[in-house]
Design a protein around this ligand. Structure first.
Ligand code: TPP
Ligand code: MG
Length: 616
């Protein structure tokens, strides 16, 4: 007879998750390092009960963190996973209904950024005996539909455990996707509330310690030969380093490859920091938010070597940037490798770089030295933006960049990602954490919490705009609860600076982009709103410091770093010089309009669109 253990489905699930590990290069990590959650009737008696009961056995328990919003807890898990190079993540348990649908945005963010997160929404009774239950979406066409179906398109694996017998296979499928570098993203296991509480005799093997080996696929020899031929034919190559370089731990190999073959390295948002900013091959950010150095080289390059990038429109300047180049794409995901009709090397970035390093070839030395000169000119430009005397946004970033050396900067949406991408000086890959796959307002504080949980030894600096702050600041309370220290730099410019500028440029007259009262003429252009974000942060339990100029900002940040408590440094910025876009971004403009501004914008749009290429 097989040995079995009688547990509820939820107890079995929690016990299983606590025993899962990843391994890469001989180093092991807890795959699921903890469980974030908000309880309701859909999970309190199942997963809630199981989390409360655990700890008595031989295994390490799954730590539980109470969060404030289900979307935020998925952000926290994603931040954790990214800072852990995807080798470790957190689970998120929600009730049924609104708790579950709140996770949809977080799931999309994780999947788009290729980050593993495990979502455990409660679901309707499998038996349906009491339907419709509180918060049930009744679909007259099918009793099988629940709001959790919304999580299907944003999950890389989705299953509903309708019977205890289905749990083991669902768990193994979920762990496989979480730990597969090519397939990873949000993974959802929907758990009907009655099934969570149901007992079953589980085979003991289900709870054995299990190690998931994270693969490093090597390049296929024939593909490598084709890639080598492309390299040998190139005189003006440019590397575009994406997040995959960092997740693979390929940064040292990338630097060595670039040095030995004289190839300039440009970086996407996710790839920024892959090489130190002052490395002799570094040319900085690429694309719409790129440096003049990288974007100039991109226009002249004859070969783009994309490594671990998904080529978002920001990277390609909506397919206007790489004027003459062909593409060689190194990616662990065939889907990404194949983009832009590239020659593909479907492989782990580190393995591929090691193999490519063997090719006997060098870029044209004039090209390499031109890249060095352009990069030096950009560093001088950065000094200029950082060195202002008024508290403009670039000056805030400059002061922070100085104080934050060694720490991690976290940001996601608004006008800061662009300025950070162009200006921020990162000395190691873990120092730059800008979520720009989904660019989700509200990620900053919640994601920063995940970063700090993953890297407690590092100072974490969350940069958040007033718009993002108002959308999702409540996880400050969670940071305070956990004694997890964040330095939050809250940059207030009374509204959406980014979308305000975009609105103006497309003939939309900045409508609804400043935080103003409705004025006498019926427009949203009245008095400034009497909203006190510093007081709001203090009310959530953070210490709050205010800065009015570069000196007081430096002092406030110093104090925040010295403190052991979560501290918000509140800064009101003034408009001022900021680096301009060196490359386009396709945002379609009204083709007909009664407004002269929109008509002028459309003319500029039609002109820019002529440079768009299909990359065939
Ligand atoms: C959830 C979400 N809603 C809307 C947007 C579109 N959006 C991008 S930036 C932005 C304004 C951000 O304002 P703020 O945080 O104050 O940053 P600022 O632009 O002022 O630097 C908006 C509305 C978004 N990225 N995410
Ligand atoms: Mg703002």
């Amino acid at each position: 007879m097989r040995n079995t253990t009688r547990l509820t489905v939820a107890q079995a699930l929690v016990r299983f998750l606590a025993r899962q590990w990843t391994e890469r290069d001989g180093v092991e990590h807890r795959l699921i390092a903890g469980c974030l959650g908000i309880f309701g009737h859909g999970n309190v008696a199942g997963i809630g009960q199981a989390l409360a009961e655990q700890g008595a056995g031989t295994h390490d328990p799954l730590p539980y963190y109470l969060a404030r919003n289900e979307q935020a807890m998925v952000h926290t898990a994603a931040g954790y996973a990214r800072q852990s190079d995807r080798l470790s993540t957190l689970a998120c348990t929600s009730s049924i209904g609104p708790g579950a649908t709140n996770m949809v945005t977080g799931a999309a963010l994780a999947t788009i950024n290729r980050l593993p997160v495990l979502l455990l929404p409660g679901d309707l009774f499998a038996t349906r005996v009491a339907s419709p239950v509180l918060q049930e979406l009744e679909d007259p066409r099918s009793y099988d539909v629940s709001v959790n179906d919304c999580l299907k398109p944003v999950s890389r694996f989705w299953d509903r455990v309708n019977r205890p017998e289905q749990l083991p296979a669902a768990l193994l499928g979920a762990m496989r996707v979480l730990t597969d570098p090519a397939e990873t993203g949000a993974v959802t296991l929907a758990l009907p509330q009655d099934v969570q509480a149901e007992a079953y005799d589980w085979p003991e093997e289900l709870f054995a310690r299990r190690v998931w080996h994270v693969a490093r696929p090597v390049p296929e020899p024939a593909a490598l030969a084709r890639a080598a031929e492309l390299l040998r034919g190139s005189r003006r190559p440019l590397i575009v380093a994406g997040g995959g370089v960092k997740y693979s731990g390929a940064c040292a190999e990338l630097a060595r490859f670039a040095e030995r073959h004289g190839v300039p390295v440009a970086e996407t948002q996710a790839g920024k920091g892959a090489v130190p900013y002052d490395h002799r091959c570094a040319v900085g950010a690429i694309g719409h938010t790129g440096t003049r150095a990288a974007d100039t080289l991109a226009r002249e390059a004859d070969l783009v070597i994309g490594i671990g990038t998904r080529y978002s429109d920001f990277t390609t300047a909506s397919r206007t940037l790489f004027g003459q180049a062909g593409f060689l794409n190194v990616n662990v995901t065939a889907f990404d490798a194949a983009k832009h009709a590239a020659e593909t090397l479907v492989a782990d970035a580190r393995e591929a770089l090691k193999a490519l390093d063997e090719v006997d070839w060098r870029a044209d030395p004039d090209w390499t030295s031109r890249a060095t000169e352009l990069a030096a000119a950009w560093q001088a430009e950065t000094d200029r933006f950082y060195g202002g005397t008024e508290l403009t946004q670039p000056v805030v970033l400059g002061v922070l960049n100085e104080v934050a050396a060694g720490g991690v900067v976290v940001n996601a949406a608004g006008s800061m990602p662009g300025d950070l991408h162009r200006l921020w000086r990162a000395s190691d890959p873990g120092q730059y954490h800008v979520e720009y796959g989904y660019s989700c307002m509200g990620y900053e504080i919640a994601g920063g919490l995940g970063v700090k949980l993953a890297a407690p030894e590092r100072e974490v600096f969350v940069l958040v705009g007033d718009g993002s702050y108002l959308m999702m600041a409540q996880e400050i309370a969670t940071a305070v609860q956990e004694g997890v220290k964040l330095v939050i730099v809250l940059v207030d410019n009374q509204g959406f600076a980014s979308i305000g500028a975009l609105s103006e440029s497309v003939g939309a007259l900045r409508l609804g982009t400043a935080y103003r009262r409705r004025g006498p003429d019926g427009r949203l252009d009245g008095e400034r709103l009497p909203v006190d974000l510093a007081a709001n942060a203090a009310s959530l339990g953070a210490d709050v410091l205010t800065a009015a100029d570069p000196q007081t900002l430096r002092a406030a940040l110093g104090k925040a770093v010295a403190s052991s408590r979560t501290t918000v440094v509140y800064v009101e910025t003034v408009p001022g010089p900021a680096p301009a876009a060196e490359a386009w971004w396709d945002v379609p403009v009204a083709e007909v309009s009664g407004l002269a501004e929109a008509r002028a914008a459309r003319e500029r749009y039609d002109e820019a669109k002529r440079d768009q290429r299909p990359y065939l």
